[in-house]
Design a binder for this molecule. Structure first.
Ligand SMILES: Nc1ncnc2c1ncn2[C@@H]1O[C@H](COP(=O)(O)OP(=O)(O)OP(=O)(O)O)[C@@H](O)[C@H]1O
Length: 684
């Protein structure tokens, strides 16, 4: 069966080494970054749905500790009851897909017998051509007007795409897809829409009638396609995508079901078309001509799980690279007949598929495929968010696999031929003088991630490989020397402890406990006006929680869950909370959010490897890393904009296989101090 898709209509280069040490990543403010910050500041004046940070009245606190089945909170105001939020251990958030948006209109209003919309001829509805998650497509046989033509507005047979007016895609009027067809319809490889309008309960689009989809062809040819056939598909689909991208759109749902051939026994039968523009989005802003801004919302998935790019799974803003990654999976599927992540089921299917995509090296994925498949996959999965694809080069990869006589090719490749003639084919080595770092190695590795901030000179101390029994003596010695704990972490069930003189806290308590996290103790301390300032969890499930007095927090809430709790974080952001600490214990996440955190905005970077590209983009927009945590599978970084900007915004990151003891000393000599620390997945 074709793979269902999920979606709502309308809508860094990491390491090229396994567990070796990574060089320092440094934020240096360039002129371009300053300009981008100014643009971002201007953009902030526009309404944003992202964060609505309400300023709370700073009343004299009345402590109410509230607990319900839904969460653990410390409320420092008289508004306790309405503030109780969060579910401990419900596993919400993470990579959960945006389910339930597809409408099965099985029991919707009956389809009319005849259709006439937007000045079209009258059509009688004939056989069904196909059904997707949003619409149903029928043959429309013209019964008035027109002439005996096979194609065009007066064609005797057209395709009629129906979408029920109550379907999710039509909440705000006609389907969003109509708008996209207005711009793209009739351009190379996109069918033309001749008429559209509403009739009764349905929005109806009258378009060129096409033939079978590539999925149909694959299915009726013993579920495999020859390398030459797939190479032709690659060449032509790349030229279709190139033209679509040139017009500022990404398709967003590239898959075999959405590539249709022309009608059989017509001159179009070997021509390739791309349909279903309902998930298309703009990668380029029409008025400014600028690339759209980067963002990641890990709970936002649009597309079809089997073919979606990893970035789409992770909720990153769609860009040209995503169509190409989906095309790579489409081509491999058509040739090999299977993708390694088929067969996953259940609630966390999207997470498991994404993990498998990340964990399968291009070599593994393309074994038994001709070399261009691997080369293509490698190029597209290593592309940056706003990188312009080198379409000619990508087409060139497959060119050599295709017979030289165009008339004998199983698929027309006219579009690509034109592109090729115009530009001339590129030498494959061209532009490859600087080898790109590969992000997907298929060799997972865990490392320390350490973050350093520029600060006034101060005393800082670190301890690592600390067993439970030795923790107290380190802490006590630190306290005697005027230091308090600023950060804790864990690796191999041993603790790492950072103590310094610059925390601003007045008093501190901490608790080692066999559970993640010790609710009763936390609530007791909340009652005494302590707030959680640092947490760590060990693989054996134990935790170290540090709570302090003298913070600026006015309210605190925490959540423990089995997947990264983005949904909860997003909800708390809207209530004015920000993430102030984060940790993992095995595969569980623990996130602490506080009110009055001193941040004006916050974002998340979550990935199956260290998300270099995303971090650099956030840095350029004024964000700095303020919390990190990682499991064996994923690394998460919280980046925030402080309300009061420090005079020196320098931040550096390091990834090292050993605790970065010598590096820390080097950083100290440059007045850079450890600010966050975690151990977990950084390479995939
Ligand atoms: N112009 C056309 N000519 C012939 N068949 C078509 C045409 N457009 C669509 N179809 C058929 O109808 C099916 C559903 O169409 P389409 O993909 O546009 O609907 P959808 O509801 O948006 O699907 P999806 O669930 O993929 O979003 C296609 O897979 C194809 O088989």
């Amino acid at each position: 069966m074709p793979e269902p898709r999920i979606g709502v209509r309308r809508g860094g280069a990491a390491l090229n080494r396994s567990s070796q040490e990574a060089p320092a990543r440094k934020y240096v403010k360039t002129r371009a970054a300053v300009a981008r910050e100014a643009a971002a500041a201007a953009a902030k004046e526009r309404p944003r749905t992202r964060l609505a940070v309400k300023k709370l009245k700073q009343k004299k606190p009345v402590i109410v500790i509230s607990e319900s089945s839904s969460g653990i909170n410390r409320v420092k105001e008289n508004r306790a009851k309405e503030e109780v939020e969060g579910i401990m251990g419900d596993g919400s958030g993470g990579l959960s897909a945006n389910k339930g948006v597809k409408q099965d209109d099985g029991n919707a209003a009956p389809f009319p017998e005849k259709v006439q919309v937007g000045g079209s001829p009258m059509y009688k509805i004939d056989r069904k051509l196909g059904k997707g998650g949003f619409g149903q497509v029928f043959v429309g046989r013209r019964i008035t007007g027109g002439n005996e033509r096979l194609t065009g507005a007066g064609a005797t047979e057209v395709a009629l795409k129906f979408e029920h007016r109550n379907s999710k895609g039509c909440n705000y009027g006609p389907p969003y897809e109509w708008q996209v067809y207005n711009t793209l319809g009739g351009s190379h490889g996109i069918p033309k829409v001749h008429y559209k309008g509403r009739q009764g309960e349905y929005y109806i689009m009258v378009m060129d009638m096409l033939g079978p989809s590539l999925w149909d062809v694959w299915n009726s040819s013993s579920q495999s396609m020859s390398a030459e056939m797939v190479a032709c598909i690659a060449v032509e689909s790349l030229s279709i995508l190139e033209k679509m991208h040139l017009r500022g759109y990404v398709h967003g749902d590239v898959k075999p079901e959405n590539f249709l051939l022309g009608q059989p026994a017509t001159p179009q039968e070997k021509k390739l078309f791309l349909v279903d523009l309902g998930l298309a989005t703009k990668w380029r802003d029409t008025s400014s001509g600028q690339h759209v801004e980067y963002d990641q919302r890990p709970d936002m998935f649009r597309g079809t799980v089997r073919y979606a790019s990893v970035h789409a799974h992770l909720g990153r803003t769609a860009s040209r690279r995503d169509d190409l990654e989906s095309l790579a999976y489409t081509l491999i599927f058509l040739h090999k007949g299977r993708l390694p992540w088929q067969g996953y089921q259940g609630d966390n299917k999207s997470f498991l598929v994404c993990k498998k995509k990340m964990g399968t090296s291009p070599e593994m994925m393309c074994c038994f495929c001709p070399a261009p498949f691997k080369q293509f996959l490698e190029i597209v999965v290593n592309m940056k968010f706003d990188e312009e694809p080198n379409y000619s080069k990508l087409i060139s990869l497959f060119d050599g696999m295709i017979g030289s006589n165009p008339a004998l090719r199983p698929i027309n490749t006219e579009g690509a031929q034109k592109v090729g003639q115009k530009r001339g084919r590129l030498n494959l080595e061209e532009g490859d003088s600087v080898p790109k770092k590969k992000v997907r190695l298929g060799v997972p590795a865990t490392q320390w991630i350490s973050i350093y901030n520029a600060r006034q000179p101060m005393k800082q101390r670190y301890h690592y490989n600390v067993a439970d029994a030795r923790l107290a003596q380190h802490v006590e010695r630190g306290i005697t020397d005027g230091l308090l704990i600023s950060c804790v972490a864990s690796c191999s069930n041993l603790w790492a402890l950072i103590m310094d003189a610059g925390t601003g806290f007045t008093t501190q308590v901490y608790k080692l406990s066999p559970s993640f996290l010790h609710k009763e103790w936390i609530m007791e301390q909340w009652e005494k006006n302590f707030y959680i300032t640092s947490i760590a969890g060990a693989n054996n499930g134990s935790s170290l929680v540090v709570m302090s007095k003298g913070t600026q927090y006015t309210q605190q809430s925490y959540k423990v869950s089995d997947s990264f709790p983005f949904k909860w974080i997003n909800k708390k952001w809207k209530e004015g909370f920000h993430v102030t600490s984060m940790a993992t214990a095995g595969s569980r996440w623990g996130v602490i959010m506080s009110r009055n955190s001193g941040f004006s905005d916050q974002v998340v970077e979550l990935d199956f490897l260290y998300p270099s590209d995303g971090i650099h983009r956030r840095w350029d927009n004024g964000y700095r890393i303020t919390a990190t945590a990682a499991t064996w599978d994923q690394a998460a970084l919280i980046l925030s904009i402080p309300r009061r900007r420090p005079s020196d915004e320098t931040q550096e990151t390091l990834r090292t296989s050993q605790f970065p003891s010598t590096h820390v000393k080097e950083k100290w000599s440059k007045n850079l101090y450890l600010a966050c620390l975690c151990y977990g997945r950084t390479v995939c």
